[in-house]
Design a protein around this ligand. Structure first.
Ligand SMILES: [Zn+2]
Length: 224
C-alpha cells in the first residue's frame, strides 16, 4: 500500500514493515513475524524489484514480531541490517532486549509461551545506529532514540517528508494514538518522555509498528 510516493506499508503482516524506495535501492523498516519474508519479497516483486534490490533493513527494536522475518530476508537479499547497540546485542544472543513483567498469572503464562514459541532468531547486525545519525534514505532519515518500550528502541524521521516511523513507541489504534505502556513496556517514564520528544518533531504522517498509518498526525500525539 503506497502511503506517499516511495513509501509503502506492506499489508497483512503482523507488526507493520515499511518499504522505502530510493534511486540506489530499497530500505525496509522492520521485518514482521517469522514467515513475513515471503510477503515482503512478493510485495517487492509486485513493484518490479528483485530480492537483491533490498539494500538495508532498519530494525526499530528486537521484539519477535519485528525481527521474525529477518533471518530469511537477510539470507534472500544480502541486505545490511541496522539496529541500536542494545537491540543488536539481544539479536546476537537470541533473547528479548528487556524482561517482560506481566502482572497477572494468565498473562505471565501467555508471555512465557510466546517467549518460547517466538524466541527471536539470532541475527548479526551489520551497522550500529545512534541518536541523531542521518541515513542516506528518503533525502535524510534521522535516527531518534525514543527509549522506553525497549532499552534500545529507535524511531526514524524523514524531515523533508514530515514522516515518522515510530515502531512500538507510539501505537496507532481505532481510538487514536497511544504511547507504549503495559507489561511489555520497559520503562514507563522513559516511554512518556519519548512520546513528548516525538510529538515535538512536527511530523505530519505517523507510521507505527502496529495499526493504521495516521496521515494527519499533527495535534493527535498522546498527551502524557
Ligand atoms: Zn510490536
Amino acid at each position: 500500500m503506497e502511503i506517499i510516493p516511495n513509501v509503502h506499508l506492506i499489508p497483512k503482516t503482523v507488526a507493520n514493515p515499511y518499504l522505502l524506495i530510493d534511486p540506489d535501492g530499497l530500505t525496509l523498516i522492520d521485518a514482521g513475524l517469522p514467515g513475513s519474508h515471503k510477503k515482503i519479497l512478493r510485495y517487492m516483486a509486485g513493484l518490479g524489484y528483485a530480492p537483491k534490490d533490498l539494500k538495508r533493513i532498519l530494525i526499530t527494536h528486537s521484539d519477535f514480531d519485528h525481527v521474525g522475518g529477518l533471518p530469511a530476508l537477510k539470507h534472500a537479499t544480502g541486505a545490511r541490517v541496522y539496529a541500536s547497540p542494545v537491540e543488536a546485542q539481544a539479536m546476537a544472543e537470541g533473547h528479548a532486549s528487556r524482561p517482560v513483567k506481566p502482572r497477572k498469572l494468565s498473562r505471565k503464562l501467555l508471555f512465557g509461551l510466546m517467549t518460547r514459541v517466538f524466541k527471536p532468531a539470532r541475527v548479526r547486525v551489520d551497522e550500529l545506529l545512534s541518536d541523531g545519525q542521518i541515513l542516506p534514505v528518503l533525502g535524510g532519515l534521522r535516527v531518534i532514540e525514543p527509549l522506553g518500550h525497549t532499552p534500545g528502541h529507535i524511531s526514524l524521521f524523514a524531515p523533508s517528508l514530515g514522516i515518522l516511523f515510530c515502531g512500538d513507541s507510539i501505537v496507532s489504534g481505532e481510538e487514536g494514538l497511544r504511547g507504549s505502556s503495559g507489561a511489555n513496556n520497559w520503562d514507563q517514564a522513559k516511554s512518556d518522555e519519548s512520546v513528548r520528544k516525538q510529538a515535538a518533531l512536527g511530523a505530519r504522517i505517523l507510521c507505527s509498528g502496529h495499526g493504521p498509518v495516521e496521515m494527519d498526525a499533527a495535534g493527535k500525539f498522546p498527551q502524557v
